[in-house]
Design a protein around this ligand. Sequence first.
Ligand SMILES: Cc1ncc(COP(=O)(O)O)c(C=O)c1O
Length: 531
Amino acid sequence: MQSNNVNMNNAAPKSSTATSLLSPYQYLTKILCAPVYEAAINSDMDYLASLSTELKNKVYLKREDQQPVKSFKIRGAYNCIRHLTDEQKAAGIVAASAGNHAQGVAYAAKKLNIKATIIMPETTPEIKVEAVKRFGGNNVTVVQSGTSFDQASDLAKKLCAENGYSMIPPFDHPDVIAGQGTIAKEMLEQNPNLEYLFVAVGGGGLAAGIAIYVKQLRPDIKIIGVESVESACLTAAMEKGAPVTLPTVGIFADGVAVKTIGSETFRLCQEYLDDVITVSNDEICTAIKDIFDDTRVIAEPAGALSVAGIRKYTKQYKLQGAVIGGVLCGANINFHTLRYVSERCELGEQKEAVFAVKIPEAKGSFKAFCAMLGGITITEFNYRYAKSDEAHIFVGVKLKRGMLELQALLKRLNKNGYECFDMSDNELAKLHVRHMVGGKPQEHINEHIFSFSFPEYPGALMHFLTKLGEQWNITLFHYRNHGAAEGLVLAGFDIDDDKRSLFDLHVSELGFEMHEHKDNPAYRLFLSGQN
Ligand SMILES: Cc1ncc(COP(=O)(O)O)c(C=O)c1O
């Protein structure tokens, strides 16, 4: 992650042309002559068959995950370092980064046998620190300092001033921009029929390099920059007419978590991009799944931005029959992030919706509510007794026809007297509250808690409720469709002591796997009315 840009005037290697504005011709020359293939490969460009069919366009993806550091960053970093003078190379280099740039610099330093110091914030995940050490070997010293990119960057500048090192900036430098531009050269050679090109934007080096090259040779190709809505520093700069610093940025797509677009990258993006669009985290998760479905490759969130942009743009403008290119620009994802990605991608595709409902707390009202949902597939169900006449439900449903289907469902529920709240765009609800629905009942109830499991199939939940019958008052209910063979339910019932044997007899005849939780600390701490 680079959370801020590096000032070209004081950060660029001294021999470079960073302080002067290069002409398009100079950039073209730089790109064509960039010696990046000493370290990088000419990556494949794959046809995405399923996505192309779904979007009714021909979509091609440049596979920068095939680079030795699993991202395109090696191109710019290597090109920049390779252009240093012999004296600068001998003095050593420094870079501040917590992400792909650090890995690119480390790899290039080893390849060129140059001493590099890489400053990473103390908060950098161990896995990324280890990757930098592995790529750099004895050539690289990793220094962990500060808790933000800005602090790491300050130390890097100090080291440059004290030791005569050269700073290798992540994006705002002509040699970095030209290195990234080599991707465009390969793409035009690999598919001369391209009509649209979608490119991720963080600090703008990748987009600037691609755009300046393509627009010299094929001005007819439309180039669209794609930003995360949580770090849209180019959009903000476009609106203002000059780079602005965002107060905060979200780090889900950490590769593009940049607060300020570069000044040179902004100049080029402003001139050569046809449009810039933003995408949400849910849309990025959908794109990760799209890429996986067609290639079996797992992109990192920033690496999937261009595909998220392609999906959004083609739908928004009803674009069909076009030849479209995107760049899978990185695959350095923390494996455990996939849990979040998998949960959110259905929401991003509008294939799942979540909403909350208030229903009367009475025997049978839960089942009556489920019946009202009709044949829709339920993905999640949290029910909790609120007070003697009211219960709260948090529901997830699968959508076959997108948001129109949800609107029709909510209208039907409203008409039948249920107060509903659409939570599909509510981050707090989707991230946290869905797992925390409930709380402790304010009044005394004789609650007993059970787990049930049953074979999963469409309508299985309704079947379970029907078999359970209506004579028992449900006080708590949690169900989540995991897409697995087995449906798992946690349920609470208000059972008077003298009815307990009757309840046991009833459930033993249902044929469900069942287990009672007698003294579970999680229940006692968070859900039980009695401490
Ligand atoms: C995977 C990935 N995608 C996109 C970007 C954005 O590149 P730029 O900062 O040149 O816009 C980065 C930057 O590190 C990245 O690592």
